[in-house]
Design a binder for this molecule. Structure first.
Ligand code: NAD
Length: 375
């Protein structure tokens, strides 16, 4: 039997790569599953739930040593990576494009690495494996709730004996998977919602949710369904046209990303300072490198001089850890089912899905996108 192990994520990450439900499915199919003690606790999956699903609870070193496949959410630290040896396989959100040096370390040790950020998005066979989508969907939903929760007025229109409340205006910048989910959730709460993106294709998706699509004068569809990076002039033009829309909004949820790059700045210092007191920014792109909103900080809430709030919300999937882990585990299960065959693990570097998803295999860098990043 092939052994799959899951490790406890670093502090601050509540998700876990395998859920008890998926473990039960895997053990039924003759896989052996090892769970590092306490891995699921923060997602409300106690060790006993994994034991009931047929897994063994072990310490970290045993999990690493005895596994053929190691499944993680985030890339583990170097102490773990250097313990992996030839013939072992690691699957997770390994940030291959952002920190390719760590992936090279795995290649040198002939560890196979599948980095979920590299999965092609538009091939239909890859949909069940698409962890970026499952986690972005969770993030968009939770971002809308966090925005609503921090906003000190109603989202829906309220007609009461004590007066009428106007519906809130929600603006979603970046209408990919997370943005569309934020739009749908804000609509269900009764807000008036607008969406904005530089991919003209997203108009239909935004309008089908009953939201208003703000036309951008910048068109920046890139490869693989993603947006391309904007030139300095385009970025300026975009920031200028957005400032007035932002000023008229109550809650601004930002989700704009360009793979492997620093997130674009959509809300400038001028725009932040022009909003009404009580305005809420929820920045899903907040990162150590900066986010979509000027001044946003990951996992922090900044109160501006004008009394607006900027919420650095890159950790939304971790805050909805149970749902996020259940979906993530299904993505992992789909990948395992795709690569494990009767005669063991097979990875065809020419396959349209695996050839992209696979960062390293037998000491070589396989993914074209990763290779281009390294050149
Ligand atoms: P993402 O997280 O990379 O980016 C979020 C959104 O930000 C995108 O819509 C992008 O266009 C937008 N953006 C980037 N720069 C911007 C800027 N300067 N201004 C405004 N908006 C900006 O995107 P994602 O959610 O991962 O989706 C990427 C693509 O993959 C989309 O086209 C999506 O529809 C597609 N997708 C397809 C499938 C499928 O066919 N199965 C599944 C998932 C995603």
């Amino acid at each position: 039997a092939i052994t799959i192990a899951t490790l406890k994520e670093a502090d601050g990450e509540n998700r876990v790569a395998l859920s008890p439900d998926v473990v039960a499915r895997l053990t039924k199919k003759d896989f052996e599953v090892l769970i590092e003690k306490g891995s699921g606790v923060a997602a409300f999956f106690p060790d006993q739930a994994y034991i009931d699903a047929g897994a063994k609870i072990v310490d970290r070193d045993t999990a690493i040593k005895d596994a053929k496949i190691v499944a993680v959410v985030n890339r583990p630290d170097e102490a773990v990576l250097t313990k992996l040896t030839s013939g072992q396989l690691i699957i997770g959100l390994l940030s291959a494009l952002v920190q390719p040096d760590k992936i090279q370390l795995l290649a040198e040790n002939k560890v196979t690495a599948l980095s979920l950020e590299l999965l092609p998005r538009t091939v239909s066979r890859a949909q069940s494996m698409d962890a970026l989508s499952s986690q972005a969907s969770v993030a968009g939903y939770k971002a809308a709730l966090v925005g609503a929760d921090n906003f000190k007025r109603y989202l829906p229109m309220m007609i009461t004996a004590a007066g009428t409340a106007k519906p809130a205006k929600v603006l979603v910048l970046g209408t990919g998977v997370a943005g569309l989910q934020a739009i749908g959730t804000s609509k269900r709460l009764g807000a008036i919602v607008s969406g904005y993106d530089v991919r003209p294709d997203s108009r239909g998706e935004v309008e089908s949710l009953g939201a208003n699509f703000l036309t951008s004068s910048v068109s920046a569809a890139g490869e693989g369904g993603y947006a391309r990076q904007l030139s300095a002039e385009e970025q300026q033009q975009q920031q200028d046209e957005l400032t007035e829309f932002i000023r008229q909004s109550d809650i601004i949820i930002t989700t704009a990303q360009v793979p492997g790059r620093k997130p674009p700045l959509l809300v400038t210092e001028t725009a932040v300072n022009a909003v009404k007191p009580g305005t809420i920014f929820v920045d899903l792109a907040a990162s150590a490198l900066g986010g979509n909103v000027f001044g946003s900080e990951p996992s922090q809430t900044i109160i501006t001089e004008g009394n607006a709030q900027i919420i650095g919300a890159q950790d939304m999937p971790s805050q909805l850890a149970t749902a996020a882990s259940e979906m993530y585990a299904k993505n992992i299960q789909a990948i395992i089912t795709d690569i494990v065959h009767e005669d063991g693990i097979t990875i065809d570097p020419d396959d349209d899905v695996l050839g992209e998803l696979t960062a390293t295999f037998e000491g070589e860098i396989i993914s074209n996108r990763l290779r281009q990043t390294l050149e």
